[in-house]
Design a protein around this ligand. Structure first.
Ligand SMILES: NC(=O)c1ccc[n+]([C@@H]2O[C@H](COP(=O)([O-])OP(=O)(O)OC[C@H]3O[C@@H](n4cnc5c(N)ncnc54)[C@H](O)[C@@H]3O)[C@@H](O)[C@H]2O)c1
Length: 452
């Protein structure tokens, strides 16, 4: 029986309740931390957590859990013993480690919640097993590896009455929250277009992560467990440490990077699913055995009346601006990736009358310019772009985890619950379906599936 159920719920966090900023005479003048970190809880009042998968991301999540002061970190499970050794190092040897037997971790009655940070092909099976074991789950993005997994996972969470937070942490940043508030306050007018980009230009950026030199299948690594129910291949360290290059385990750019952009766009603009996606791309430079494109462009249509132009290349990053550009009829917001600031630009609505009336007789030009507001309209100028600094009490990952632990106690829904995470992943999967099919893909609301 998990401990927190018996504990009195004390609302320490002010997540979601704090002020975001202040508009004065139409000017956005202050940005308070969106979600102050709660005070550290007493050990007896913390959520007991186990980790399944302890690679690159999980190590960051682990340290972020510590920063929240809301979790007791009890056990770590992984298929590579080097990662388990690292977990011991991070805890002065105090944590329990489990070599590739995650069901044993799920069997522990003293573990309340699990963090799932494995490659994508394991997300749905682990999530469903965790639900069956009665655990609350923080699951890394993309929530799903296939669209069809989404509904099964949503249903499992609902039936088991479990709390779920999906790990596109950007939406817990003040930057995203202030952008949402500014859109809602009409500061951009009607947003009809979004441009979003995620570019890189390095081998590690293109997922050629280092392979530990001591890796030996059957000695300190369990390939059989790592593959799980994915299509079976002979042991290949590339597939393990560079799994994002292979369709069997990942959706490449869409599920690794686009899903972050999509989640933020959905959150800021209050959107749920695109009606259609068309994508194109290819392996244009990184001919290193990868199956997924190194360059991808996608166009999304949304029923809320905006379009998204999303792009990524792993072959250039010097000029392209990474992040999200929200283009509205009255102004735009530029949100750099993972940043705490953003730039607000107001549209002048200046009318370029002179360009179009220069072919008229001069007297007629003057007569036209003297009519109505034409001189004022032609002279309009925009205020200079303004940077808005969003203050955050902690990194977005820490805030996202803090919200999860808060919800585990209160049994409130997290902001990125299974429905939200499933939709963001599904919109990403539509990109890949379109790229592979070479045609536009539409979303069928009735069946919750994509039609090519
Ligand atoms: N939110 C973010 O910003 C962010 C950043 C990076 C990665 N991620 C996500 O985190 C996840 C992991 O990515 P990563 O870069 O840490 O990968 P990684 O390869 O470094 O780590 C994954 C770990 O999972 C382990 N694993 C695989 N199958 C397992 C099983 N059945 N039981 C126990 N352990 C198992 C592997 O041995 C490996 O150590 C992915 O879903 C990725 O998309 C999210």
């Amino acid at each position: 029986m998990s401990g927190y159920n018996r504990r009195e719920f004390i609302r320490r966090g002010a997540a979601g309740a704090a002020g975001l900023g202040l508009f004065l005479n139409g000017e956005f003048i202050a940005a308070e931390p969106a979600a102050p970190l709660p005070k550290p809880a007493a050990p007896s009042d913390r959520v007991n957590v186990g980790f399944i998968g302890f690679g690159i991301r999980a190590n960051i999540l682990f340290e972020s859990c510590k920063k929240t002061g809301q979790a007791n970190l009890l056990e770590v499970c992984d298929c590579y013993k080097g990662h388990l050794e690292r977990a011991k190092e991070r805890t002065d040897g105090k944590i329990d480690v489990n070599y590739a037997q995650y069901k044993k971790l799920l069997d522990r009655k003293d573990i309340d919640a699990v963090v799932i940070a494995t490659p994508d092909h394991w997300h749905a099976p682990l999530f469903l097993d965790a639900m069956a074991a009665g655990k609350d789950v923080y699951i890394e993005k993309p929530m799903t590896h296939r669209i069809a997994d989404g509904q099964k996972m949503i249903d499992a969470a609902r039936n088991a009455k479990r709390i779920v937070q999906v790990g596109s942490q950007g939406i817990s940043s003040s930057q995203n929250r202030i952008a949402k508030e500014m859109v809602a306050a009409g500061k951009l007018g009607k947003v009809t277009k979004v441009m979003a980009a995620y570019n890189r230009n390095s081998s590690t950026g293109a997922w050629n992560y280092p392979i530990p030199p001591d890796l030996q299948n059957g000695v300190n690594f369990n390939w059989e467990e790592w593959q799980g129910s994915a299509p079976q291949h002979p042991f290949d360290p590339q597939r393990v440490f560079r799994y994002r290059k292979y369709w069997d385990y990942s959706g490449g750019i869409t599920t690794d990077l686009f899903v972050h952009l999509i989640t933020s766009i959905h959150y800021i603009l209050g959107a749920t699913m695109p009606t259609s996606v068309v994508a194109t791309g290819g392996i244009l430079f990184r001919h290193d055995g990868r199956q997924v494109p190194d360059t991808l462009d996608a166009l999304f249509e949304y029923p809320e009346g905006f379009h998204v132009n999303m792009a990524s290349t792993f072959n250039a990053e010097s000029v392209a601006v990474n992040g999200i550009h929200l283009l509205g009829t009255d102004g735009s917001l530029v949100l750099p990736l993972g940043g705490s600031s953003m730039t607000y630009l107001v549209d002048s609505h200046r009318e370029g009358y002179q360009y179009s009336i220069d072919s008229w007789p001069v007297a007629l030009q003057k007569e036209f310019m003297d009519m109505g507001n034409h001189r004022e309209e032609a002279a309009r100028t925009a205020p200079p772009p303004r940077d808005i600094q969003a203050k955050d009490s902690a990194g977005a990952t820490t805030l996202h985890l803090a919200e999860f632990f808060d919800c585990v106690r209160s049994r409130k829904q997290c902001s990125e619950n299974a429905e939200v995470g499933s939709r963001a992943a599904a919109a990403g999967h539509m990109v890949n379906l379109s790229y592979i099919a070479g045609k536009k893909v539409t979303w069928d609301i009735a069946s919750g599936s994509a039609l090519a």
